[in-house]
Design a protein around this ligand. Structure first.
Ligand SMILES: [Zn+2]
Length: 552
């Protein structure tokens, strides 16, 4: 093909080849008489869609779309129900959460006695001496208004070691036998970067340990997950997410094992959501050596960004801030990586063509991370690096201007205001107007995403809409009203913006001809719903790639 003629012939062949199936293809399925919110600016509303294989073949009026039907086309009358694109959770930890749901006791319960009952039931079905493990315990959410103690857990389960993780993942609660197995007694000193708590009155172990002290338990607990367990974990969480309308999720702290688990689940037909699998920076070298980079894979399982971490957590109040936490004048939070370390890892990834996603919650961490990104882009400009700021919680005008200038993507917590309202007072009313700053991001022309960070946050997209639109918690307190956005904006944040964050905005995120048929059928229209009850809108069906992944 080195002359004009053969080049034209070649293009002609290609064009005929690609047009033929599009023109000839008949829809497998038509959904009609719906209220379809497409998130496509050119055609924001539609009544019907036609789907062939895994793509939208047509979007439009009932008459236009139904006229495409063949005798073999299945038709579903939506009866006026609302349809949106499938929701994209741009930052969560599904693979790990799936394993936890598979093996551990879900302690997201509203009283200590309910937690005791759940632990007792699990112990009854656990061989003698084996560990009973719990997760998603939240000390701020039980009716007793005090944390779990070693006595509480001993009373529930005396003869199995019990170890329970806090929802935020940085602290744990155990019984006496677990402390013995971990080699911890009242005289054990705090390890560097960790804390073993004592009852201030008696000096005895309180049951709670924090940060690096958890390693003592990690060494004592046998972690024996098989390859099948990892696949089963993905299967379980994928089913849970599909029920809520999620069709894609970013695995925000992935490993090669997670990547394999997603592939295994896909192969066995158990993957109901598309996975954009970040890779923890510890695995960056072997991934680069094997020739991998961001984008490798297909529309179901794809290698995502490399994950770096700059500071601590919002829910456990360790994010690095420029002004101290409310009521704790010396506490500014912590930086977990230095700027130079971030730069060294970031440089390696940037030069190898990887997208970078850095956990940065506090304004100091965001400033640090942006400085690293700006330096990388100056040293080696890439056309479209789509640097990500994972969480990007506490911002100000100058940070927003730099995020915009860099084309970076913030992934703020979507359900925290609603679900974790009791933790907001540590940040104060004024600072809350600069946190989870969707209004500011959107007004600046930045594309923020919907992100749960599950398990720490809830992943229910309808809860995200309510949280973002009302900025109101479960008890009716309003946090940061200046950052309210509209329902329409929140839907776009949860769909098309999520696709952009993984370089897939031409593939999914809106209901458009040629895109993947990922959608949600809702029981009520979020645009007509009272904003205070958005969370109650039922998800009736979820579809990913033309296949129902959930039907109520
Ligand atoms: Zn996370």
């Amino acid at each position: 093909m080195n002359d004009g003629t053969s080049r034209r012939e070649f293009l002609g062949t290609l064009a005929a080849f690609s047009l033929f199936p599009l023109e000839q293809e008949k829809p497998d399925l038509i959904l009609h008489h719906g209220n379809i919110l497409t998130v496509n600016d050119k055609e924001p509303r539609a009544q019907a869609v036609a789907i062939a294989r895994d793509r939208f073949l047509a979007v439009g009026s009932n008459a236009d779309v139904l006229s495409l039907a063949s005798a073999a086309t299945k038709k579903i009358d939506l009866g006026g129900k609302t349809v949106t694109p499938g929701f994209i959770d741009a930052h969560s930890h599904p693979a790990e959460a799936g394993l936890m749901h598979l093996r551990m006791v879900d302690c997201d319960l509203r009283s200590i006695s309910a937690i005791q009952k759940a632990l007792r039931e699990r112990a009854a079905n656990t061989p003698p001496g084996e560990w009973v493990l719990g997760f998603k315990y939240d000390d701020t959410k039980t009716e007793e208004g005090r944390p779990l103690t070693v006595a509480d857990v001993d009373a529930a389960v005396p003869d199995h070691p019990v170890h329970i993780q806090h929802r935020g993942g940085h602290t744990t609660y155990s019984n006496s036998l677990a402390f013995r197995k971990a080699g911890i007694d009242e005289k054990t000193p705090d390890p560097p970067g960790g804390k073993i708590e004592h009852d201030p009155a008696t000096g005895k172990l309180s049951g709670r340990v924090a940060e690096s002290a958890n390693d003592l338990f990690d060494k004592a607990i046998p972690h024996t997950f098989t390859r099948d367990d990892h696949r089963e974990g993905v299967k379980l969480i994928s089913k849970m997410m599909a029920r809520t309308g999620i069709t894609s999720a970013t695995e925000a702290q992935g490993t090669p094992t997670d990547l394999r688990a997603y592939q295994d689940a896909l192969e066995s037909g158990d993957l109901r959501h598309r996975a954009y699998c970040f890779i923890n920076f510890h695995f960056l070298d072997p991934m680069i050596a094997a020739g991998n980079r961001t984008g490798l894979g297909d529309e179901w399982v794809r290698v995502g960004a490399v994950k770096l971490v700059c500071d601590g957590s919002i829910s456990e109040r360790t994010a690095r801030l420029s002004t101290p936490y409310e009521g704790r004048p010396d506490d500014y939070g912590i930086l977990v990586m230095t700027e130079e370390e971030l730069y060294i890892h970031g440089r390696k990834a940037h030069f190898a063509g990887w997208q970078i996603g850095t956990h940065a919650n506090g304004d100091v961490a965001i400033d640090t991370t942006l400085r690293v990104y700006e330096r990388l882009q100056k040293e080696s400009p890439r056309r479209d690096p789509r640097f990500r700021l994972e969480h990007c919680t506490v911002v100000n005008d100058s940070l927003i201007a730099r995020i915009k200038a860099l084309g970076a993507i913030p992934t703020p917590f979507s359900t925290y205001v609603y679900y974790h309202g009791e933790k907001m007072r540590y940040y104060g009313a004024e600072r809350l107007n600069h946190m989870f700053a969707l209004r500011s991001f959107i007004d600046a022309g930045i594309r923020p995403t919907q992100a749960s960070d599950y398990p720490p946050g809830e992943f229910i997209p309808m809860m995200a809409l309510q949280s973002e639109v009302t900025r109101t918690d479960l008890k009716g307190n309003v946090w940061g009203p200046k950052q309210k956005i509209t329902v329409e904006e929140a839907i776009r944040v949860g769909t098309l913006n999520g696709a952009y964050a993984s370089y897939e905005e031409n593939l999914k995120g809106s209901i458009e001809v040629g895109k993947l048929a990922d959608l949600v059928v809702l029981g009520r229209d979020p645009l007509k719903e009272n904003a205070a009850t958005l969370v109650n809108i039922p998800v009736e069906r979820t579809m990913a790639g033309g296949r129902w992944t959930f039907e109520s």
